[in-house]
Design a protein around this ligand. Structure first.
Ligand SMILES: [Zn+2]
Ligand SMILES: [Zn+2]
Length: 215
C-alpha cells in the first residue's frame, strides 16, 4: 500500500495520498492546500485519483480539493453533517485571516457511517465521529485480509490531545464519546495519522491521552 502523508496548506493539515500499487488507483485524504506538492506525489507514483475524501470540512482541510478535482475528475466527498461548513468557507477564511476562500469543488455522494470504499486490494471504512464538527469522520484502512489497521483521525484525535470543539457545531461530549466508543474499539497497535502533527497509536492514546480518561 502506498501511504504518503505530508503537511499541506496554511495550517499544515496532514494530507495523505493513499495508493494501491497493483491498480495504481489512489484516494487523496484532506488536500488542505499546496496543490503542486500533492500533484508531485501523485505523479511520482503514476497514480489515478479515484476519490477525494475529507475527515471534516474546516477550511484548512479543503484548500486544494477543487484543484485536485479539476485535474483528475475525481469525486469529492464529505459527510452531510459538514455540508453547512462547506457553504461558509468565506466566513471560515475571514476568521482565519485568509484573504480569499478556496474555490468550491463539486461535492458528490455524502460519506456514510460504516461505508466501505474499495481501492484495489485496500478497504477504507468510514467511521462517523462527530464532535470536532458534526460531520467529522475517521477512515480505517486495511489491506484486504490483513489485520493491521491504519486510522486517519482528522482533527478528532491527536497525539496526547483531542480536537477543539469551540468552532461551528463543535460538541465536547460528542467528541469524547466518539473517541471512546468508536476509536478506542480499534486494536491497540492501530497506527493513527492525525489531522495535524505527529502519528500515534490507539493503545498509546487509550493509556496516555489526558483528555479522554478511560478508567
Ligand atoms: Zn478542524
Ligand atoms: Zn485541522
Amino acid at each position: 500500500m502506498i501511504v504518503e502523508t505530508f503537511p499541506a496548506g496554511p495550517l499544515g493539515c496532514n494530507c495523505t495520498i493513499l495508493g494501491d500499487p497493483s491498480t495504481k488507483q489512489a484516494i487523496v485524504i484532506d488536500p488542505g492546500g499546496d496543490f503542486p506538492a500533492i500533484e508531485a506525489v501523485i505523479a511520482e507514483h503514476g497514480l489515478t485519483v479515484k476519490a477525494i475524501l475529507h475527515t471534516h470540512t474546516h477550511i484548512d482541510h479543503v484548500g486544494a480539493t477543487a484543484a485536485v478535482q479539476k485535474k483528475h475528475g475525481a469525486a469529492a466527498r464529505i459527510h452531510e453533517g459538514d455540508e453547512f461548513l462547506y457553504s461558509i468557507l468565506p466566513i471560515q477564511a475571514q476568521m482565519l485571516g485568509m484573504r480569499t476562500a478556496p474555490e468550491h469543488a463539486e461535492l458528490e455522494a455524502a460519506l456514510r457511517d460504516d461505508e466501505v470504499i474499495g481501492l484495489g486490494g485496500i478497504d477504507l471504512r468510514v467511521i462517523h465521529t462527530p464532535g470536532h464538527t458534526p460531520g467529522s469522520c475517521c477512515f480505517e484502512v486495511r489491506q484486504k485480509g490483513d489485520d493491521a489497521v491504519l486510522l486517519f483521525a482528522g482533527d478528532t484525535l491527536f497525539c496526547r490531545s483531542v480536537g477543539r470543539t469551540d468552532l461551528w457545531g463543535g460538541d465536547q461530549a460528542a467528541l469524547v464519546s466518539s473517541i471512546k466508543k468508536k476509536l478506542f474499539a480499534l486494536p491497540d497497535p492501530t497506527r493513527v495519522v492525525c489531522g495535524h502533527g505527529e502519528d500515534t497509536t490507539i493503545g498509546e492514546e487509550r493509556r496516555e491521552n489526558p483528555f479522554v480518561r478511560v478508567r
